[in-house]
Design a protein around this ligand. Structure first.
Ligand code: N01
Length: 508
């Protein structure tokens, strides 16, 4: 028997005695637990309440909501999805300061929406779910502190870019100054006039470099791999534009729709076809940006990637190239030998003296619900099912884990679409599944193994054509080098999310 196949000795759906009812048509009051109070968890709570579900609790391990936007507070943080698109469709915000607004505005927006929509009262802060077990048709949950709860339906909204990737660099613990990961910024550490080292050249490091170089005495950027950088202007919205938005939410919705279409047509949809004209255009824009922005030919060659643009998650910046050319900035391309008390020693023997060291080294992107111990039907353990790599049918649900639905789960449209839009579409789908349970048409829902395997095989096949497989290292790639992301168009995602394909779901 393959590990993921159901144990034939365990009935597929166990219906507990208390559930046996003659009249299956009576609506059932369902209890929901949402894990995580970030953008997706807040969305789930709002949409559940709108749908008439009253028994909803959110468990949040931190003492504040906001997820990514609570945790990432590094200087220069902003979202590279336009703000009117990176907003809930039902909560347009006329006050966005810029086309791409800074992180603290997004955090304030989420807090404001959660407060006004009555979500905050549902959140149990400082409560980290450690275990979820599906037993006798219900989910039994337990926090790290031993608090127990039960639910009919669990929504996993634990995020994608959440667990910091802290590299195993020799001597890291010996560093004499302040050292922290970009998602654990220590705001007590003074930066002005000091020597700062940044390891990494992803979106985070690029934003941080541009924000810090004016403040510090010296900025050393340690580059393992060069990045293609697309120029991106970020104009502020004028008072007049904001007033127009406030008067006319309809106009904001139209803007959102236009942005969504443009984002999909000009960029996101084209990622699935490495040979598309849009990919060629993006390559040309990035190349011209490098040629026109960097005057020193030696530095320009150091900054020139050896792979195709958008193979890694495309980095956008209006000012990184200017920042790295400032006299107090240095791009270090020599590999890191070790960290020492006084700074970073590179393989050429040079010591780069530092007061502050920032690890802009990304995230462990294969975690999702983990480290929560999740035990599904018949004792199936998620750790075993995901031992090689995480997977989920349509990125939403896993065979043998009934009534557990993920938002922004494995292999979804991460990185190439607005994750708010993605989560909204996913939740529409989940609500239709839940409706089956509410109306008593079934008690448990999980995808069949066959549907899940087919989805995975199709996804892996389609991934071969994507730009992500054209020869680079990136956080999109799984242990086999296959992009763990939705390889098709956004339209296709929309279509798949519009209505559940019930033949792919085991209902009992
Ligand atoms: O992380 P990354 P990120 N020694 O994984 C390097 C979103 N985001 O935090 O390329 C030396 O992209 C690694 O090197 P290499 C967005 O989706 C969005 O920057 O693997 N270097 C790489 O340069 C983004 O893609 C926004 O060779 C090491 C860097 O660290 C995602 O978050 C802003 C190393 C990691 O880059 C992650 O971005 C910020 C080692 N041992 C983030 N280990 C916007 O909306 C790793 N690296 C704009």
């Amino acid at each position: 028997m393959r590990r993921n196949e159901p144990d034939p000795l365990v009935p597929a759906c166990r219906r507990p005695l208390w559930y046996r009812r003659d009249d299956m048509s009576d609506p059932q009051p369902l209890r929901f637990v949402v894990i995580g109070a970030g953008m997706s968890g807040i969305l789930a709570a709002i949409r559940l309440e709108e749908a008439g579900y009253e028994d909803v609790s959110i468990y949040e391990k931190a003492d504040r909501l906001g997820g990514t936007w609570r945790e990432n507070t590094y200087p220069g943080i902003a979202c590279d999805v336009p703000s009117h698109l990176y907003s809930y469709s039902f909560e347009p915000n006329p006050d966005w300061s810029h086309r791409y607004s800074p992180g603290d505005e997004i955090q304030a927006y989420l807090e404001d929406v959660a407060r006004r929509r009555g979500v905050v009262g549902r959140i149990r802060f400082g409560a980290e779910i450690a275990r979820c077990e599906h037993r006798d048709g219900r989910w039994l949950l337990e926090t790290k502190d031993g608090v127990r709860d039960e639910a009919d339906v669990v929504i996993g909204a634990t995020g994608v870019l959440h667990h910091p990737n802290v590299p195993d660099l020799p001597g890291l613990a010996d560093f004499g100054g302040a050292a922290f990961h970009s998602a654990r910024w220590d705001h007590r550490v003074p930066l002005d006039g000091r020597r700062i080292g940044i390891i990494g050249t992803g979106s985070t490091a690029v934003q941080m470099t541009a924000a810090l170089v004016h403040r510090v005495a010296k900025l050393s950027l340690f580059q393992r791999t060069a990045q293609w950088i697309a120029p991106q202007e970020n104009p502020p919205y004028t008072a007049g534009e904001k007033a127009t938005f406030a008067r006319s939410p309809e106009q904001m919705r139209e803007l959102r729709d236009v942005m969504s279409r443009m984002f999909a047509d000009n960029f996101a949809n084209a990622l699935g076809d490495a040979d598309s004209p849009q990919m060629r255009m993006i390559a040309e824009v990035c190349r011209a940006n490098l040629e026109n922005s960097v005057s020193d030919p030696v530095l320009r060659e150091k900054l020139r990637p050896s792979y195709r643009a958008a193979c890694k998650r495309l980095v956008v910046s209006p000012d990184f190239y200017q920042a790295i050319q400032r006299p107090n900035a240095e791009l270090v391309t020599e590999a890191i030998e070790r960290i020492e008390r006084g700074g970073i020693r590179t393989k050429d023997g040079r010591l780069h003296e530092l007061d502050v060291l920032v690890l802009a080294t990304g995230f462990r992107t294969d975690r999702f619900l983990r480290p929560i111990e999740v035990v599904g039907r018949g004792g199936t353990r998620l750790d075993d099912v995901w031992a090689k790599r995480p997977s989920a049918y349509l990125s939403i649900s896993i065979p043998d884990f009934p009534n557990l639905f993920l938002l922004n789960g494995p292999n979804g449209p991460v990185g190439n679409f607005s994750l708010i839009e993605v989560a909204e579409l996913q939740f529409d789908y989940v609500l239709q599944l839940v409706e089956e349970i509410r109306t008593g048409r079934c008690r448990e829902l999980s995808p069949t193994h066959a549907a899940s395997d087919r989805f995975d095989a199709d996804r892996v096949e389609a991934a071969k054509k994507t730009i992500w497989m054209t020869g680079c290292r990136s956080w999109y790639l799984d242990d086999r080098g296959v992009p763990a992301a939705w390889p098709w168009s956004f339209e296709r995602f929309r279509e798949r999310m519009a209505k559940p394909d019930f033949e792919a779901w085991e209902r009992c």
